[in-house]
Each structure stands twice: as C-alpha cells, then as structure tokens.
Design a binder for this molecule. Sequence first.
Ligand SMILES: Cc1cc2nc3c(=O)[nH]c(=O)nc-3n(C[C@H](O)[C@H](O)[C@H](O)COP(=O)(O)OP(=O)(O)OC[C@H]3O[C@@H](n4cnc5c(N)ncnc54)[C@H](O)[C@@H]3O)c2cc1C
Length: 389
Amino acid sequence: MKEKPKILVVGAGYAGIAFLKSLDEECFRLGDFTIINKNSYHYHSTMLHKVATAENSGKIMFDLREFLHPEIKIIQQLVLDIDEENHTVTTEFSKFKYDYLICAAGFEKESFNLKGIENAVFIDSYIQASRICEIIKDKFTKALENGTGLSIAVCGSGLTGIEFSASCANMLKKKLEFYRQDSSKFDKFSVNLISSTPRLLTFFSEKISQKILKNLTKLGVKVTHNTRISSLEKYRVNFQNGGYLDADIIVWTAGVRGASVVSQSYIESERGRVKVDSKLKTFDHENVFCIGDVSAVSDGNGGFYPPTAQIACEQGEFLAKEFKAMLENKDFKEEFKFKSHGVICSIGHSYAVANVLGFEMSGVVPAFLKTMVEKKWNMKLLGLKGLIL
Ligand SMILES: Cc1cc2nc3c(=O)[nH]c(=O)nc-3n(C[C@H](O)[C@H](O)[C@H](O)COP(=O)(O)OP(=O)(O)OC[C@H]3O[C@@H](n4cnc5c(N)ncnc54)[C@H](O)[C@@H]3O)c2cc1C
C-alpha cells in the first residue's frame, strides 16, 4: 500500500488549529497529520490581556486532546530548526521528517533592540501573561502592606496596549474596593499608557479615537501621547524628549514579529514573516506553507496585510481546502484573498469600539460582538459545547 504523505504543522495557534479543524475524514484517510507545539494546549491569543489581569470571562485555554481529531499525532516539543532542504524539523528532543510543512508558529514580542528591554515584561504567550498577573498581584499586596502605591507603565498603544491598560485599571480599582481602601488612595495606583502617536488607534476616525481616550481616562488610565521611548531601566521608562516615567512594572506592548524559529531557520523572512504566494506557499520551497503571523500576504498595493487572528483563521481554512484537493488528486484553482471584516477593540468588560464592514460603532454592541467572535471560535473547537464556555 502507498504510504500516506506526512503533513507536519508547527504551532497550535489560530492558524494551525483552523487548518486542522477544517479537514474532513477523507483527509485523515489519505494523509498522515502531526502537530508540534511547545505546549500541550491552545489558547485565545486575543484574550491574553485578560490572563494578565485575571479578568474572568470565558474559557481561554484548551487542551489539544480535548478537540483535535484522534488521527492527528500531537507532539509537545519546542521546534528549534526547520531544514527545508532535507525536509526535517528538529525539536529539543527529536527530528521529524515531512512531505509537507505548515509553519504556523505565530508571533512573539518585537523589542526593536531597545536598550534595557530586559526590564520589561511581555504579553506574548499564555505563560508570560500569567507571569504578569502574578507580578501585579504580588506588587499590589506589598504596596498595600507598606502603604505605598503601584505604577504600571504600558509601552505601546496598539490593540494589546489599550486592551491591557483598560483591563488592568479595572482590576486595580476592583482590588482597591475589595480591600476597602479609601478612595483618596486610588491615585497612588496608576496605569500609564505611553503612545508614540498624537491620537490612539489611528486606523479609526478621530471621533472613535476620542471615545477610546475618554473611556480609558474614565477607567483611570493616564495616557501620554506623542512620546517615543528611548530606553528602559529597572524601574524607569526614558523618553526621547528627555522626560521619564518611574514605574514598578513595565509592560512592553509596542510590537510583534514572527516567531524566532522562522528567522533562525534558513527560510527567507523579514521580522520573522515569510512572503507567501496566493496558495500560501513560500516562494523558495514547493512543499513549505506559512500561515498566520509568520506569513506575509501581499495586500495588492505593495504592502502586506497586518497579522491578525482574523487572517490567520482564514488562511488555515483556505489551506485545508487546498490540502483536501491535493490529497484527492483534484485541481485547486482558488487563490487566497483576504477581506477584513473589521476590527474590535475592547476597553474594559462591557465597552468596545469597532469598525465592522466599514461602519464605526462604540458601546455595548461591539463588546457583545467581540464576545460572539470568541464564542464562534470556541464552537469551531468544541461544537455547541463551546457556546456556553
Ligand atoms: C492581547 C492581544 C489581543 C489581540 N487582539 C486581537 C484582535 O482583537 N483581533 C485580531 O484579529 N487579532 C488580535 N491579536 C493578534 C492575534 O492574537 C494574532 O494575530 C494571532 O494569535 C496569530 O495567530 P497564529 O496562529 O499565527 O499564532 P499564535 O496564536 O501566536 O500561535 C502560535 C503557536 O505556535 C507555538 N509556537 C511558537 N513557536 C514555537 C516553536 N518554536 N515550537 C513549537 N511551538 C511553537 C506557540 O506556542 C503558539 O501556540 C491580539 C493579540 C494579543 C496579544
């Protein structure tokens, strides 16, 4: 009997999981599928700010065995190298041969070689987000015991920085109320968001930016605009304009890049992102595909689509169709085309701003829509059960 082609997926984020969850029984009969991930679980990366602030809202982490097809081999190891010439992936413990590789290793922090970056913490994985949560809890308790305060600096005002700041300010307020602290003390506990731009999230209109600022301020977040960071020290953020901000915790949210396993391997990439064609294949290797944050898909205007969970899921689903056709020896003429449905940014638990299909909105409706997007993903993983998690 002819041996089944070995299809190896690296990374159990949105892209890798969307691919595997979109395959059907016929695919598993014809192909041999393996996933290698450094953890035994998948998590909602878009909800990591909630892990960092212990915001309790739905299930965030899922055991891979809980929802993957039993035919898929699951290897929990860290991939160290991808050798496209010899069709081999090397992990910390072993080597794996493949006929087709799907690299979906996702994002990690981009530090831009900033001096003193080691003094910051990052929201770039479930483990790191949990660590931030522990650090905040610990420093908060000590601040109460010593009668001092707590200053948290959030460097970078993209989606992650804004969602984290809002969630963090909420958490501090709730904790202070829980410990029955006098409201005069609240000012000593601050979240400071440092933004390099004159207004927040410039892809929204001026009006929506103002709403974001208003709601952040209402939650107690202090926003500093137009300020570039020059370096970090243990408890200080230095600005290019000569100013500085002292902080007990520095959270770096100023950028992401593709996972380092890509830049460390021989695949040609820029900031860990590999250019792919309309079939999501890399240009140099016929049997290597990149999806999610490690891929760079042309937007048709000389640039690339920004890496998001939305495009990662669509790529995974598209690639599943492509593999099904390939395994069944059928022609596959379709090309990957991305059309963004929009973007939603939550500011606290029940408020969000959004641009959905070109319409801007704010308030509880986009907050609800964001929850629905999360539930939809849960359902993709677990079926109807996912709706109530
Ligand atoms: C706080 C936050 C909020 C966000 N909000 C939004 C939003 O509202 N909307 C949106 O569209 N996007 C949002 N994003 C971006 C979105 O999360 C990413 O674009 C998305 O997660 C990319 O999916 P992925 O599958 O490519 O990678 P990931 O989700 O990063 O998954 C990659 C997987 O690969 C594994 N891995 C990495 N390296 C290795 C290795 N060497 N060996 C083995 N395994 C490895 C990782 O452990 C991980 O499980 C947000 C991101 C953050 C951090």
